[in-house]
Ligand binder design. Structure first.
Ligand code: SF4
Ligand code: SF4
Length: 729
């Protein structure tokens, strides 16, 4: 080390470099600082995206979607609905701003087009670049909302279009971002599908209970009714007449009025997808045919009737949606369509049936088999011939499936809980490491009592921090996290997006707790991957005898203020606009050095590389002078409750050993620790207990005594006197 070498000249050069750096970053940020707004679709833009023969219709008056049509001879077919994802599911990404997608969904729930309209994901903004993101969304066209779309790896999970599950390839290093995108896409599409495509507005189809396919008991008709698998409503003529009483069509059915006690209809309902119902009520070929025609998760409602009135009229078009029937759950309509099964029902002791039909309810419709459902039978009477007056009445058969034929829903595969479950091994390793670190820091003695042990254990932990926390788990805490939370709060958006990155959440929780106990040093000295990279590079530099520079104290003090300016600048830029925030956070080299492991365009690599090299010459150059996150943590660290670094009466007056040994110049001439600048390297703690390094101890060992000069350590930076017990050890 070169004590005070070239002091003034080096300081001036460093200060000038920092000024230039901040000025250029400010310029870069403000150049693109026009307040950004989500791309907004308008008719003109849509017409460019869907040129003739497509016709872009008027924007829907109830929800923000555009219908797109295509002329097909004399008919005009609806091709798709186009909409922006932020209008329906503004789920914030990692910048705190939602990814906005253009989605084109056809009437069957199939994606015709998905494009990125705007995004501010840190990893895609000048990181990996937007190309991988565009490639990711390009996998959606052709997939269907009725499929369970899973993010996997193309090498292990082939995409299975048309099947129940479809896999899209994720993007390495952007796992959390693409999960949020997938969630936004599905949530927005489901809302549109429920509103425009007849999908139920009920629960997420993946989150409802399932029918059990493994329970089959042979039953006759009576047992089917007793067990609740077949439900029944009996309507007599008098019931119908009563429903029309007081209307203009009262008593218009003369035949029925003559025989009020006669049956009008006996309607029976059963869920044929339950094996105990379907296999007993349908013939074996019909049951097989039914299963072959439906997808996993679909339901088939079997309706049977006897009596003069039929639930399907004579002119019923096969495979269509019935007019006389409707299915509702929680008051919301759910579409069911004739499955067109054509066979005789086997005799299992049922009454004489005049008609039966099987109706399919697709899984995406959101029918919850665990909740009661209402099958409404519509009876219409009319009066007059030229402009007949029509009066309709609904008669409801409430239907519910017995619990024993149901099974709980599988766990959510899309939400943040699934991410935590999938990443449990990483979480376990991280939690174990943090617990070990906390235990060691709480009982420093074991760590610092042996100088050699300290200087082996700490670099090893830093290697773990860089390799596992940083490069593997991608858990580099960053000012981006704070900016994202701030932007989400300003925009009144949820912070749930944060939960998609479990290691980051855990690390933040630990860091916030450690701020209260030890201050900023725990994160900056042990857990920051870029901090670790600088320290490890500095160790290599020392092994190679690269000369180091220690700045003069006044210069060091001035430069340490620059990081607070950087922090203020980033926060202001982020409040000004997400785009300006995106650019300003590039002060941090974390994305380049840790997230992307230097695989980035050369200006960024040059900047990050220069900072690492700078950290070899001036210990933790970036951390001490530039890091906005370090500045934020130093400010938050004011809540620290412990003065955990012991001091002796001789510290500072006259002994200056620790001050000179502190590589980060966090000890002043009076022996006071500046905890806002302490990186918890533990050197001074070890020296204090070391008979060969602590000057007063060395003198004592020689039978001499260093005379402590009275010093008021209560003035200036953090200075509660150390306990006598500590001082005496
Ligand atoms: S100052 Fe910044 S880069 Fe340095 S250790 Fe702290 S957070 Fe990491
Ligand atoms: S030597 Fe002491 S004061 Fe300096 S960084 Fe290390 S622990 Fe903190």
């Amino acid at each position: 080390m070169i004590p005070n070498a070239g002091g003034r000249r080096v300081a001036l050069a460093v200060a000038s470099c920092l000024r230039t750096l901040l000025a250029s970053i400010a310029l870069a940020a403000l150049t693109g600082a026009a307040p950004s707004r989500a791309a907004v679709l308008d008719a003109e833009r849509l017409r460019a995206l869907f040129p003739a023969p497509y016709v872009v219709g008027e924007k829907d008056t109830t929800i923000p979607v555009w219908p797109v049509f295509k002329q097909n001879g004399p008919a005009t077919d609806l091709v798709c609905y186009v909409f922006e994802s932020v209008d329906f599911a503004a789920i914030p990404g990692f910048s705190g701003t939602p990814i906005n997608l253009l989605i084109a969904l056809d009437p069957n729930g199939q994606y015709l087009d998905v494009r990125v309209l705007s995004q501010h994901e840190p990893v895609f903004v000048d990181g990996l670049g937007e190309e991988p993101l565009f490639k990711f969304v390009a996998q959606y066209p052709g997939l269907s909302l009725k499929q369970t779309i899973k993010i996997g790896s193309g090498t292990t999970q082939p995409s299975r279009r048309g099947s129940t599950n479809a896999y899209v390839d994720g993007v390495a290093k952007a796992t959390a971002s693409v999960r949020i995108l997938n969630q936004s896409l599905l949530a927005a599409s489901l809302k549109v599908a429920r509103s425009k495509l007849g999908f139920s507005a009920g629960k997420d189809p993946d989150q409802v209970v399932r029918e059990r396919g493994d329970v089959y008991e042979r039953m006759d008709w009576n047992r089917l009714v007793e067990s609740g698998l077949v439900r029944h409503i009996a309507l007599r003529n008098v019931d119908i007449e009563r429903a029309f009483a007081g209307t203009d069509v009262e008593a218009t059915d003369r035949e029925a009025a003559a025989r009020p006690g006669d049956s009008f209809i006996d309607l029976y309902a059963a869920m044929a997808t339950l094996p105990s119902a379907g296999r007993n009520l349908l013939s074996e070929p019909a049951y097989r045919s039914m299963n072959a025609r439906i997808d996993a998760g679909d339901h088939v409602l079997l309706l049977m009737s006897s009596g003069p009135y039929s639930f399907v009229p004579d002119d019923f078009v096969r495979a269509s949606v019935p007019d006389r029937l409707s299915l509702k759950q929680d008051g919301l309509p759910i579409e069911m369509r004739d499955l067109d099964l054509d066979a005789e029902l086997p005799a299992v002791g049922q009454p004489r049936l005049d008609s039966w039909k099987a109706f399919r309810v697709i899984s995406a419709a959101g029918l919850d088999p665990g909740q009661p459902m209402d099958v409404a039978l519509r009876v219409v009477r009319s009066k007059g011939t030229v402009y007949p007056e029509r009066v309709a009445r609904d008669f409801t058969l409430t239907f519910s499936i017995p619990q024993r034929y149901l099974v709980a829903p599988p766990e959510d595969q899309k939400g943040w809980r699934a991410v935590w479950k999938a990443r449990w091994p990483e979480i376990a390793v991280l939690v174990a490491a943090l617990a070990a670190l906390a235990a060691v820091l709480a009982r420093q003695h074991a760590l610092v009592s042996d100088w050699r042990r300290l200087h082996i254990a700490r670099p090893l932990f830093l290697l773990f921090t860089l390799g596992f926390i940083g490069w593997f788990a991608q858990a580099q805490l960053s000012i981006v996290n704070l900016v994202a939370l701030l932007q989400a709060a300003v925009a009144h958006r949820s912070w749930t997006f944060f939960l998609y990155d479990p290691p980051t959440v855990i690390l933040w929780a630990f860091v916030l707790a450690s701020l209260v106990v030890w201050g900023r040093g725990t994160f900056c000295g042990w857990l920051c991957p870029f901090g670790a990279l600088q320290e490890l590079a500095a160790l290599i530099g020392r092994a190679l005898r690269v000369p180091t520079v220690r700045l003069r104290a006044p210069v060091d003090r001035q430069l340490k203020r620059v990081k607070y300016a950087a922090l203020a600048f980033i926060l202001l830029a982020a409040l000004w606009s997400p785009l300006a925030g995106d650019r300003a956070v590039e002060i941090e080299p974390f994305k380049t050095a840790i997230t992307l492991v230097f695989a980035r365009s050369w200006p960024y690599v040059l900047y990050a590389g220069a900072l690492v090299l700078g950290g070899i010459v001036i210990d933790k150059f970036f951390c001490r002078y530039l890091c906005p996150l370090g500045a934020g943590l130093a400010l938050l660290g004011q809540v620290r409750r412990l003065d955990w670094i012991a001091r002796r009466a001789e510290c500072g007056r006259p002994c200056q050993t620790c001050r000179h040994r502190c590589s980060y110049q966090a000890i002043d001439a009076a022996g006071r620790i500046d905890y806002a600048e302490c990186f918890q390297c533990m050197d001074c703690v070890a020296i204090l207990r070391d008979d060969r390094r602590c000057a007063p101890r060395i003198l004592l060992a020689k039978g001499r005594r260093m005379i402590a000069v009275a010093v008021d350590r209560s003035a200036g930076p953090p200075a509660r006197p150390a306990s006598a017990a500590w001082s005496a050890r």
